[in-house]
Ligand binder design. Structure first.
Ligand code: AMP
Length: 206
């Protein structure tokens, strides 16, 4: 099964992706992670992406679509995958339809008022786990792998505003796009613990 995870920044796409991966063994492909890995390695793609990411803007479509198109030619996608953070606008969604078969678009809906606090309090680990400062009680390492937690460069109040604007104007229209294809399922990502939200996802997937 090939799934798109749709949702505003801070909706919990990464958190739910790691739960889905564990239970259903689906490959997790995050365009944000791909860009961050490129920034770390200092590649040309990383240099280009950084300026857009720092401004809370989308990296140009041609670059992003080509990365995903190429990634979906690898052998490891054959058992099914989740796209996290792609597509992020209608152009990307239409391009994706040319080179992929998507079965389901899981929309994680969260009230906008909750998102800024979630994002600015987020601490992440290189292994993909994500936490919130309010529940860490001063702990600075990952409970899963022991790695050092850090704050993403774009998880700050200035960039978050721009990322939310970008989501509202460019990404939210994808809800209608996938609804009209009969592929959209929405879960409430704003109430309850991550496991409660995951329970809704299990209901949909089974
Ligand atoms: P994320 O980790 O999904 O929150 O993405 C972090 C940043 O990476 C975004 O704010 C964009 O600047 C960039 N990015 C990730 N996915 C895409 C995409 N599909 N299209 C354009 N830019 C993206």
């Amino acid at each position: 099964m090939n799934i798109i995870l749709l949702g505003a920044p801070g909706a919990g796409k990464g958190t739910q992706a790691s739960k889905i991966k564990q239970r259903y063994n689906l490959l997790h492909i995050s365009t944000g992670d791909i860009f961050r890995a490129n920034i770390k390695k200092g590649t040309e793609i990383g240099k280009l992406a950084k300026s857009f990411m720092d401004a809370g803007k989308l990296v140009p479509d041609e670059v992003t679509c080509e990365i995903v198109r190429d990634r979906l030619t690898w052998d490891d996608v054959k058992g099914g995958y989740m796209l996290d953070g792609f597509p992020r606008n209608l152009f990307q969604a239409k391009e994706l339809d040319k080179f992929a078969e998507i079965d389901l678009c899981l929309n994680i809906a969260v009230d906008e008022g909750l998102l800024t606090d979630r994002i600015c309090g987020r601490r992440v680990c290189a292994c993909g786990e994500s936490y919130h400062v309010s529940t860490l009680n001063g702990v600075t390492t990952c409970a899963k792998c022991g790695g050092k937690l850090y704050q993403r460069a774009d998880d700050n109040p200035e960039t978050v505003k721009s990322r939310l604007d970008t989501y509202n104007t460019q990404t939210a229209p994808l809800i209608d796009y996938y609804m009209s294809q009969g592929k959209l399922k929405t879960v409430d990502g704003g109430t309850g613990a991550p496991d409660d939200i995951f329970a809704q996802i299990i209901n949909i997937l089974e």
